[in-house]
Design a binder for this molecule. Structure first.
Ligand SMILES: [Zn+2]
Length: 501
């Protein structure tokens, strides 16, 4: 800065022209008038501009959903090749009469909100971003869908306006994500002059589940987890395994929001760095929830539920796991924000903390049993991997405490400090009683969440699909395509027996 000022002063003193603009990547400043010189001026040699290895595309997306107006929509950049559709090698959007949606002259998928073209582009972008996030935690390797075995490379088909209904689901048989739309009960009637769109007039308050960042991320989470753990979707598993599927969907939405700098920055400002403050992050599927009379969204990740309070109802059980991971996130963020206060912006700390925890949960799930996985299995893998990473001992204390308070695991570390608000949140080596334990037991082996039948009645559409109830657990646990005949196998075999007589 000092040199720059001196330079300008000396230029003024000597009467030389100060250029209006430094030469750069914008319009070049006019060259100074030619001066008589003893030697000929060297030929101009422009500095080449480095280009990205591939051209990507801009897409307009909702940051949360149409009801979260303080965030609205934003441009997102997809750094991979996307064909008209939008479609690429792994994801293709299907909306009869609308797709393939063509890129604009700039190669981008930017459309007005509320149009079917926007819905196609937005849904594609959120699915793609969720996949990219977990692929980064998978060492940059693609995550197979459950049917991607034996050389099968089929993509997942995504239907933004699949049908009417207040739901969304992932189907392995259909190799698809389906997002439904509905008019909430008691909604004001719309103008009779509006042209119909999907059976509803354009200005009717139709709720499209595809416009919810949380719902699209949640269902993509089901599809990715089914690829990683094909044995987990069967209804024959303990309720906790079903809870892990639902929770993974919700955690996908939370971690995906926190991987986006503008959302992380907005959250830090909104909550003043306290993740337990009410915010758009912990409230999941806001517009959908409000339409069904739940002002805080469909469910809340920042909850206090314990396993003894939820029985065998999988949707509620999932909130216990999500709540524990959310509390660990808030604990680690408080610790790291304090530790790095003088060296890093809090929003950047939040992005890094969330990315590390997302990777930890992802790796722990990959390392957990292929069938019948329990929360304690994932918690123990998180403890082991955290120690292997060399993270501070207090990270494991946070994990042990939060899973113990939820009655998921036994409390190895005394919980007195946590419960009395006396925990030394800034002490990196804090273990409560000095033991950095990486293996804990289940809190209650006789819990209904481990032994009862799964009650999936309040889950999202995915867990209510008949294919995960009727197909044999052994068949579901295999990779490969699943046909409708697999769902009807018992009926078809009975018919064959009857007709062969
Ligand atoms: Zn779900």
């Amino acid at each position: 800065m000092t040199i720059h000022r001196q330079e300008i002063r000396s230029q003024r003193e000597t009467g030389t022209q100060v250029p209006a603009q430094w030469p750069g990547r914008g319009p070049q400043a006019a060259p100074p008038p030619a001066q008589p010189a003893a030697r000929p001026a060297p030929a101009p040699s422009p500095v080449p501009v480095p280009l990205p290895p591939r051209t990507g595309h801009r897409v307009l997306v909702y940051k949360q959903d149409p009801s979260v107006t303080e965030l609205g929509a934003r441009l997102a950049f997809i750094p991979t090749v996307v064909l008209n559709g939008p479609a690429d090698a792994r994801v293709r959007i299907e909306l009869p009469g609308v797709t393939p949606v063509a890129r604009n002259v700039s190669g981008d998928f930017v459309f007005d909100t509320g149009t079917p073209e926007f819905d196609c582009a937005h849904t594609f972008a959120v699915v793609r971003q969720a996949m990219a996030m977990f692929e980064r935690h998978n060492g940059g390797e693609p995550i197979p869908f459950a049917w991607n075995a034996g050389g099968n490379t089929d993509p997942i088909s995504v239907f933004p306006h699949a049908a009417t209904g207040a739901n969304a689901f992932y189907s392995r048989t259909a190799q698809a994500l389906k997002f439904l739309f509905f008019t909430p009960e008691g909604a004001p009637s719309s103008s009779p002059h509006s042209p119909p769109f999907n059976g509803a007039p354009l200005d009717a308050p139709v709720v499209h589940t595809c416009r919810s960042f949380d719902i699209v991320a949640h269902e993509t989470g089901h599809a990715l987890l089914d690829g990683l753990k094909p044995g987990w979707l069967s209804a024959g598993n303990p309720p906790q395994t079903g809870g892990l599927h639902e929770s993974f969907g919700d955690l996908t939405a939370i971690f995906l929001a926190l991987s986006q700098p503008d959302q992380a920055d907005a959250l830090v400002a909104l909550t003043k760095g306290n993740l337990h403050d009410r915010s758009f992050l912990a409230d999941l599927a806001e517009e959908f929830g409000k339409a069904l009379g739940m002002p805080a969204g469909l469910r809340n990740a920042d909850n206090d539920l314990k396993l003894s309070e939820v029985g065998n109802e999988v949707h509620a059980i999932s909130q216990v796991f999500t709540g524990a991971v959310y509390d660990v996130l808030a604990d680690v963020f408080t610790f790291e924000m304090t530790r790095q206060l003088r060296t890093k912006d809090p929003a950047l700390v939040l992005i890094e903390v969330a990315s590390a925890l997302c990777g930890l949960v992802f790796e722990a799930i990959v390392a957990s049993p292929a069938r019948g996985a329990r929360y304690v299995d994932v918690a123990n893998e998180m403890l082991r991997i955290s120690a292997d990473r060399g993270e501070p001992a207090i990270y494991r204390t946070f994990i042990r405490n939060r899973f113990a308070v939820r009655e998921i695991t036994t409390a190895v570390t005394a919980l007195d400090d946590l419960m009395s608000g006396q925990m030394r949140m800034t002490d990196a080596g804090y273990t409560g009683d000095g033991r950095d334990v990486t293996e804990v037991g289940p809190f209650d082996e006789r819990s209904a969440s481990l032994r009862a039948e799964q009650d999936r009645s309040r889950c999202c559409g995915t867990l209510q699909m008949p294919e995960y109830e009727l197909v044999a657990p052994e068949k579901l646990a295999e990779r490969g395509t699943l046909e409708d005949d697999d769902i009807l196998r018992e009926d078809l075999e009975a018919l064959r027996r009857a007709f062969s007589k």
